[in-house]
Design a binder for this molecule. Structure first.
Ligand code: ZN
Length: 356
């Protein structure tokens, strides 16, 4: 994990390198920027540089060496002086997690000159956890450096926000995402282009899509199907969704814990993901109807979505998105999925019929 791994963030990288070169390291930094733009990657590169005993280059070129035992341990999340706090499966970060690392920060560093604490998705800190962290931020023990990342810093208490120095990141351009994919994966140029478009500046989404090429086809299907859903399509739609869910692996599910899940549980998880895709379509339509032209989830279908959008469509799309959310909750609560999906299809068709 080196600064070179941070794609398309020259200003943020320069800012951090200046701090390193001058030796004036702040007590805390908050990395902000849109979902998937590389906040965590950059924070880790900075952590590696803070911990590396043999950094390379100087001034504006300074970086961790990338090969010493310290750098290798940062890479494998096993550095004794780097504490990581991350939400589990998009849940809240509780107070215990923060207390635990606070105790850790109070100890003398094992081998580096300082200890580093990294909190990812800091907006998921519970209020209690945020307050506990605030104490650490106000009086950082020893030489500790605290790195927070968040795509939604506005959700953090103002008291926490006021402490760290802000490091702003931006969504990298499609061409940079394409270059990143080409350098990383053995996929053909056409797929790379399609993935970069669909990822809309999110490197993590790009990796996810590149790892599971069927996901692109799934997105295409979802947009096409939902935009043409008519009365009488209920059972066909429910059947197709069940087929899709039964066919492919859940996101990031390659064995491991998933092997223990029952088939039924897997199907349910996949349906949740497909319903998230459906909801994203209606949210896009609503956003486009309200005048948004960028930041759409289905960036690769932006033309079709913008063409369909209008004020009335916006209101109906919000209702459709709410219907998807309701059915998702029902299936999550073990309502028979096929029935629930056909109810959903009927509702969506009714809402679309009011168009024009
Ligand atoms: Zn090193």
């Amino acid at each position: 994990m080196r600064f070179a791994d941070a794609i398309g963030q020259p200003r943020a990288v320069e800012f951090l390198r200046r701090a390193l070169a001058s030796g004036r390291i702040g007590h805390a930094y908050l990395f902000t920027g849109p979902e998937g733009c590389g906040k965590r990657t950059l924070a880790r590169a900075f952590a590696a540089a803070l911990l590396c005993p043999t950094p390379q280059g100087d001034g504006g070129e300074i970086d961790s060496c990338g090969s010493c035992p310290s750098c290798r341990r940062v890479e494998s999340d096993s550095h004794p002086d780097l504490a990581l706090v991350e939400p589990r499966e998009r849940r809240q970060i509780g107070r215990e997690a923060v207390d635990q690392v606070h105790a850790h920060l109070c100890l003398k560093p094992h081998e580096a000159a300082r200890r580093v604490l990294m909190v990812s998705e800091a907006e998921r800190l519970s209020l209690e956890a945020a307050n506990a962290l605030l104490k650490t931020l106000e009086e950082p023990p020893g030489e500790a450096v605290i790195l927070l990342t968040s795509a939604h810093p506005e959700a953090l208490p103002a008291t926490v926000l006021s402490r760290p120095q802000r490091v702003r990141l931006y969504a990298p351009a499609d061409s940079l995402v394409e270059g990143f994919l080409l350098a990383r994966k053995g996929i053909d140029k056409r797929t790379v282009r399609a993935v970069a478009r669909a990822a809309a500046g999110s490197l993590s989404r790009a990796i996810e899509l590149a790892d599971r090429p069927a996901a692109l086809a799934e997105r295409d299907w979802m947009v096409r199907r939902l935009s043409t859903l008519g009365a009488g399509d209920n059972f066909a739609f429910a059947g197709e969704m069940m087929d899709l869910a039964g066919r492919s692996e859940p996101r990031g599910g390659d064995g491991g814990e998933d092997a223990e899940l029952s088939k039924r549980e897997l199907l349910r998880m996949r349906l949740m993901e497909l319903l998230d895709l459906a909801r994203a379509y209606f949210r896009d339509l609503a956003a486009a109807g309200a005048g948004a032209t960028e930041g759409l989830f289905y960036a690769e279908h932006a033309d079709a979505i913008l063409e369909r959008a209008g004020a009335g469509v916006s209101v109906r799309s919000l209702a459709a998105a709410a219907a998807v959310a309701e059915i998702r909750r029902a299936i999550d609560a073990n309502v028979e999925p096929k029935t629930a999906l056909s109810v959903l299809a009927a509702r969506i068709a009714r809402l679309s019929a009011r168009e024009g």
